[in-house]
Design a protein around this ligand. Structure first.
Ligand code: SF4
Length: 305
């Protein structure tokens, strides 16, 4: 039993049979999650909806019991070695943060990166965890061998909104410092402003503060998306909103009345503003050292050297 942010956290060391999960309807085909559950306990976490569907707690108890897939690196190695494996890109962190505190103890994300590097397999990582700088050596080597990218989730740099909606994460500016370190080392790293919360983090001034901070940190790109409220996430988020910003509750009930997604017309202004600000502030891939996968022949000649 461990404590994080004053909460008792149970780590369940459970081996897995499968490391890579097939994903449909997303921009990536495969996902990899060394942990299930996340002690960051963001009030808006979309994983709460998956938990609800799997008949697991999506309320305050979410994040208090973390499954640790202790054998995931060995399982991954075997899966990548199969003749049927086509070397597709793998998304790490789609269903839980791969750099949550458990990673400091178990180093399973690092072990999986090591396997992916040795297989020269492309991958992407999404995280709110500055601990990723510990693995800069592997990320640099991975970037030399395959298409690799890192996205830091930074929807806001407003202290009040961050502290209230992300009770367990590191401060956004720490994430941006981590981004700076990776970019300086040659790793392609961007910012994902998600989820933007209507009335809390989607004001043009708030958006510009994040875009400016991302530009200063050297982000290679930036994108934005708005909050989704699927069953499981919806109840918890609205309960928290009623406690923290009760005056906003009627607006959210109106905006999300018809479904868990905002209408396109409600999403467009914030997304367009981020795009415009990104252009105005010149956010693009400005890495001095641009690591690119070596040509295959070059890799083979290095292996035979
Ligand atoms: S860091 Fe990501 S996975 Fe973890 S609680 Fe927050 S939104 Fe969910």
């Amino acid at each position: 039993m461990f404590y994080h942010g004053g909460m008792r956290v149970e780590y369940r060391e459970e081996p897995c049979k499968v490391a890579l999960n097939r994903v449909k309807g997303m921009p990536f085909g495969w996902s990899l999650n060394p942990y299930m559950g996340c002690v960051h306990r963001c009030t808006f976490c979309y994983v709460r909806a998956f938990e609800r569907r799997a008949d697991r707690p999506s309320d305050d108890r979410y994040g208090s019991s973390i499954r640790v897939k202790i054998n995931i690196a060995e399982v991954l190695r075997a899966e990548l070695a199969r003749r049927s494996w086509a070397g597709d890109g793998v998304a790490i962190g789609a269903a839980t943060d791969p750099y949550q505190p458990a990673e400091g103890r178990y180093k399973l994300t690092r072990a999986c990166l090591d396997v992916l590097v040795r297989a020269s397999n492309p991958f992407s990582i999404i995280t709110r965890g500055p601990m990723i700088v510990r693995d800069v050596d592997l990320l640099v080597e991975a970037s030399r061998r395959a298409d690799v990218s890192v996205t830091f989730s930074v929807p806001t740099i407003d202290d009040d909104v961050w502290r209230t909606t992300e009770p367990g994460t590191a401060p956004p500016r720490q994430r941006l410092r981590a981004l700076r370190t990776l970019v300086a080392a040659g790793v392609r790293a961007s910012v994902g402003m998600a989820p933007l919360l209507p009335g809390l983090s989607d004001h043009p001034d708030s958006l510009e503060r994040v875009v400016v901070a991302a530009r200063e940190a050297g982000a290679c790109g930036i994108w934005a998306n708005l909050l989704h409220l699927q069953p499981g996430t919806r109840e918890h988020f609205l309960d928290c909103l009623a406690r923290d910003w009760p005056e906003l509750l009627p607006d959210y009930e109106r905006l999300y009345r018809a479904s868990g997604y905002l209408k396109a017309t409600d999403m467009r202004p914030a997304k367009d503003t981020v795009q415009r600000l990104a252009n105005e502030h010149g956010i693009r891939d400005r890495r001095r050292l641009k690591l690119r996968p070596r040509e295959r022949d070059e890799q083979l000649s290095l292996l035979s050297a």
